[in-house]
Design a protein around this ligand. Structure first.
Ligand code: SAH
Ligand code: SF4
Length: 400
C-alpha cells in the first residue's frame, strides 16, 4: 500500500486513512418510515441503535432482505414479536417500478424505471459469453452537456437516491430467469456518477456488503467525464475507474466535452496516474469515434501519445446516433483502420461492439423520454433471456 501523502486528499491523509474512512460520511435521518434499500450497514447500525436495538440485528436484517429476499417482517423468525412490529413502522421496501422492459435481437435488455415524481431512468443489461453486465443510471438527465450524448441533451432533472440506484440492480436481477445473475455493474447509464457521489458510493457499499448481495467491488466500474476532485472515491471504494476521454488533446476534448474547460487533460491524466499508482489497476479510457472529427489515423496516433505513460486500456466506441445528433458514425472501414492503428502502436485497445441499437439502448442513447421512440416492443411479460442470446456476442462494454 502506498503510504505517501495523497496530494489530492483533504487534510493530507494517507491512502490507508482514506480506506478506513466511513464511506460516504453523510448524515442519516433517524425517523421512519424510510427505505431500507437506502441504508448502508453502518447507517443501519446507527439507525437501529437510535431505536434501542443491538448492532448484530443489522446483520440479521441485511441477511433476511438481501440474501433471503424476505421483506415481510412477520417471516423474520429470529426477531422478537415486538421488534418485528416496531420494524414495520420504520422501513419501507418499495422498488422503482419497471415501466417498460425491452429486449434486443442481440439479447441486450433495457429497463425503464419509474422513480416517482414523473421521473424515469433507464438501465441496460448486456449479456456476453461469460458475463451479464448491468449498466445503471445515477441521475435523471445530466448537466455535463457532452455534445455527442443524448442524456446530455436533457439537463439534470435530479440526482437519484441511494435506494433508487440499488433498486435498479434488485429489479433487473429479479427479472432474470432462474439461475442467471448479474456478474458486473457499470455506472455508464444516464448521468454523471461523480456528480452524485453520496448516493453512488452508498449504493456500492450496500451492494458489496457481505451480509447482503455481496457483489465484488472489482466487478464494478464507475465511469466519469472527469470530475477530478471526486475521482479519489473510486480508488477508495476499491471499484474500477473508467474515464470518458473522447479527445486526443485539450482542443478536441473541449469541443465535445465542456467539462474539459474546468479540469483539463493534464489534471485529468495526473489523477488517473494517481489512481493507477494507488490501486495497481489500469484505467479504462473511453473514446467515442465521431466521423471526421476524432476518427482519423493522426488522431489515433495523438491519442496513443497522450495516454502512453498512463497504465491503461482504451475502449473505442463508435458514435451511436440519436434524434437531433450533430455527429455521425464513421464507416466500418474507418473504425477498423483507427482500431488497427492503435493495435499497431501496441495500445491495449478494445473496439466495442454496439449492442442494443434496435431498442435504443446503446451507449449515449439513453434518455428518460421513453415515448420518443415508438415502435419498441414491450416485453415486460415475456420469458427473458434464452441461452442463445449469450452465445454470439461479446459485451459491448468489453471491460476485460
Ligand atoms: N457520465 C459518465 C457515464 C455515462 S456515459 C461518463 O460520461 O463517463 C457512458 C459512456 O457513453 C461514456 O464513455 C460516453 O463517452 C459514451 N457516450 C455518450 N454518448 C455516446 C454516443 N452517442 N455514442 C457512443 N458513446 C457515447
Ligand atoms: Fe453526462 Fe456522461 Fe453523457 Fe457526458 S457522456 S452528458 S457526462 S452522461
Amino acid at each position: 500500500m502506498n503510504e505517501k501523502l495523497v496530494p489530492w486528499a483533504p487534510a493530507q491523509m494517507t491512502f490507508s486513512d482514506y480506506m478506513s474512512q466511513p464511506l460516504p460520511a453523510d448524515a442519516i435521518r433517524f425517523e421512519g418510515p424510510q427505505s431500507f434499500y437506502g441504508l448502508t450497514m453502518m447507517d443501519l447500525e446507527k439507525f437501529i441503535a437510535h431505536h434501542g436495538k443491538e448492532k448484530y440485528r443489522t446483520q440479521q436484517l441485511y441477511k433476511w432482505v438481501y440474501e433471503k429476499k424476505v421483506t415481510d417482517f412477520e417471516q423474520m423468525s429470529n426477531l422478537s414479536k415486538d421488534f418485528r412490529a416496531e420494524l414495520k413502522s420504520l422501513f419501507t421496501f418499495e422498488l422503482p417500478k419497471v415501466l417498460t422492459h425491452l429486449k434486443s435481437v442481440d439479447g441486450t435488455q433495457k429497463f425503464l424505471f419509474d422513480m416517482g415524481d414523473r421521473q424515469t431512468v433507464e438501465a441496460v443489461l448486456i449479456p456476453s459469453d461469460d458475463r451479464m453486465t448491468l449498466c445503471i443510471s445515477s441521475e435523471v438527465g445530466c448537466n455535463m452537456a457532452c455534445r455527442f450524448c443524448f442524456t446530455g441533451k436533457q439537463k439534470l432533472k435530479r440526482r437519484l437516491k441511494t435506494e433508487e440506484i440499488v433498486g435498479q440492480f434488485l429489479q433487473a436481477q429479479a427479472l432474470l430467469p432462474e439461475g442467471w445473475r448479474i456478474t458486473n455493474i457499470v455506472f455508464m447509464g444516464m448521468g454523471e456518477p461523480l456528480d452524485n457521489p453520496e448516493a453512488v458510493f452508498k449504493s456500492i457499499e450496500i451492494l458489496c456488503n457481505d451480509w447482503g448481495v455481496n457483489f465484488s467491488r472489482r466487478k464494478i466500474t464507475v465511469s466519469t467525464s472527469g470530475i477530478v476532485p471526486e475521482m479519489w472515491r473510486i480508488a477508495a471504494s476499491k471499484t474500477r475507474l473508467a474515464v470518458s476521454l473522447n479527445g486526443y488533446d485539450d482542443e478536441s476534448r473541449t469541443r465535445v466535452m465542456p467539462i474539459n474547460r474546468r479540469w483539463d487533460i493534464t489534471e485529468l491524466l495526473n489523477e488517473c496516474r494517481q489512481y493507477t499508482r494507488l490501486t495497481k489497476d489500469l484505467v479504462t479510457f473511453e473514446y467515442v469515434l465521431l466521423k471526421g472529427i476524432s476518427d482519423q489515423i493522426e488522431h489515433a496516433r495523438a491519442l496513443h501519445k497522450l495516454t502512453r505513460d498512463v497504465p491503461c486500456k482504451i475502449n473505442i466506441i463508435p458514435f451511436n446516433e440519436h434524434p437531433g445528433a450533430d455527429f455521425q458514425r464513421p464507416s466500418d472501414d474507418t473504425i477498423e483502420a483507427f482500431h488497427a492503428e492503435l493495435m499497431r502502436l501496441g495500445v491495449h485497445v478494445l473496439l466495442r461492439r454496439t449492442m442494443g441499437r434496435d431498442i435504443f439502448a446503446a451507449c449515449g442513447q439513453l434518455t428518460s423520454a421513453y415515448k420518443e421512440h415508438p415502435g419498441q416492443m414491450d416485453i415486460s411479460n415475456s420469458n427473458l433471456g434464452g441461452k442463445h442470446v449469450a452465445d454470439s456476442r461479446r459485451g459491448e462494454l468489453g471491460l476485460r
